[in-house]
Design a protein around this ligand. Structure first.
Ligand code: ARG
Length: 466
């Protein structure tokens, strides 16, 4: 049997905790990473205790020194939770008592609960995690826009249904992967507004009777305000879910680009060469160069989505207010964050070192009759209704398909046989560059529009980095 004498809740118990109970309950193996936040919370809390008269100035001095010392020991790794300790809070209280003595150390817990502590710590953690994630997203956007600038002017086949659709600039395609990440940055910014409130002082659920100034604690910890409702503050985990969701969205777009890179790197496509540093080989097939980064990004996205789904399921039937189920919020969120932080630098490195085979991509840009829409739109400009123009262009595609020709190859005579509206001048729209440059509306694929969006991306990244 494990001992309960050192637990934070031993008083009303005379029997020892069963080993199975302790093993299930224990969270130090994942919540220890919150230790520095717990210590900062305690430092703010003891000031409030002093202001309210529960710690005199001498005691405050003793405890503040102890917090400093313990912080050093935790950072240096010489202080660790004991195997029998339940959570980060229990271990750190023991540490403070070891250093400050139990007379002073024993007062620290006054007026707070692990429920408001953990709710505060998790917000502090996510605030730092959001900083780290933002930095990675910015680096990734820079890698995409850097590649887009490097390959400005290169054409490729744009696809829908994964079939050739219309020619586009490669830079347009790469930038299309940057914008979802810009929106993720905006999501993080918005998330911070909700995150930026301190639950400290909510205690177990209803607040505390000691008149502690939770506003001062919030300020000390760098929060903009205190939470509005102590029951909500200690029992809601929507913010943990929201952060895990944003992580999922970041991962999902990485996974979509990964899928493309995997296809582009095949012999059939021949669009890209992976840099040696960002690919792996095969232990049996000497010729292989594998896109493992893209595959792992795609694979880990499944796991990240699973973490979110699991967390939402944990939350769905919980009555107010705190329930121990809520301890299950941390591992999925930590895991999603940690996995993404492994994936992002590798993806950024892979993208910024990709070499594109411009001529292969250019050759394929007009394959699959991808200029058929340009014929239809040329006919519209000649006064034909789009309905008829679509029909004529479709007929020409089918004629060319039967005769093994490209759209510009039939004779003037053959054009006329397909439709009297098909004049030889139509050939001037049948080039990849005219198809690209013609699409010059806002957000279109013309060089002018693409350069414009790359400038916008640069500006956004520059502003975000300040
Ligand atoms: N370890 C708990 C959690 O992660 C925090 C402590 C609250 N525990 C309790 N028995 N009230 O949610």
């Amino acid at each position: 049997m494990a001992q309960s004498s050192d637990a934070l809740w031993g008083g009303r118990f005379s029997g020892a905790t069963a080993d199975a109970m302790a093993a299930l309950s224990k969270s130090t193996h994942f919540d220890w990473r919150l230790a520095k936040y717990d210590l900062r919370g305690t430092a703010a809390h003891v000031k409030a205790l002093n202001a309210a008269g529960y710690l005199n100035d001498d005691e405050l001095g003793v405890i503040q020194k102890a917090i400093k010392e313990l912080t050093k020991r935790v950072e240096g790794g010489s202080f660790k939770p004991k195997p029998e300790e339940e959570d980060v809070h229990a271990a750190l209280e023991r540490g403070l008592i070891e250093i400050a003595g139990s007379d002073v150390g024993g007062k620290v817990r006054t007026g707070r609960s692990r429920n408001d502590q953990i709710a505060t710590l998790i917000r502090m953690f996510m605030s730092d995690a959001a900083d780290a994630l933002e930095e990675q997203i910015l680096g990734y956007i820079e890698a995409l826009s850097g590649k887009a600038e490097e390959y400005m002017g290169a054409a490729m086949a744009g696809r829908t249904h994964f079939q050739h659709a219309q020619p586009v600039l490669l830079s347009h395609h790469l930038a299309a992967h940057a914008w979802p990440q810009v929106r993720n940055l905006q999501r993080l910014e918005d998330f911070r507004k909700r995150l930026n409130k301190s639950p400290y002082g909510s205690a177990a659920l209803a607040g505390n009777t000691l008149g502690l100034d939770s506003g001062a604690i919030a300020e000390e910890l760098g929060f903009a305000a205190t939470t509005e409702n102590s029951m909500d503050a200690t029992s809601a985990r929507d913010l943990v879910a929201e952060f895990t969701f944003i992580i999922s969205l970041v991962a999902i777009d990485l996974s979509r680009l990964s899928e493309e890179v995997i296809a582009w790197a095949t012999v059939e496509f021949g669009y890209v060469q992976l840099d040696d540093g960002f690919a792996t080989g095969s232990s049996i097939m000497p010729q292989k160069k594998n896109p493992d980064i893209a595959e792992l990004a795609r694979g880990k996205t499944g796991r990240i989505i699973g973490n979110l789904a699991g967390l939402l399921a944990t939350l769905k039937a919980l009555p107010l207010s705190y329930n121990r189920d809520l301890q299950e919020d941390k591992e999925p969120m930590f895991d999603s964050f940690d996995q993404l932080m492994l994936v992002m630098p590798a993806m950024t490195g892979m993208i910024s070192t990709l070499t594109f085979n411009k001529s292969r991509m250019e050759d394929m840009a007009s394959a699959g009759f991808s200029l058929a829409t340009d014929i239809a739109e040329w006919l519209v400009r000649q006064g034909v209704t789009f309905r008829e123009a679509h029909e004529i262009s479709g007929k020409l595609v089918s004629f060319c398909e039967e005769n093994g020709l490209e759209l510009h190859e039939p004779s003037d005579e053959q054009y006329r046989e397909v439709s009297i509206h098909l004049k030889p001048e139509v050939r001037k729209v049948l080039s990849v560059s005219s198809a690209i440059e013609g699409r010059n509306g806002a957000g279109g694929t013309s060089s002018k529009q693409v350069i414009e969006q790359l400038v916008q991306l640069r500006k956004l990244v520059g502003k975000a980095k300040k």
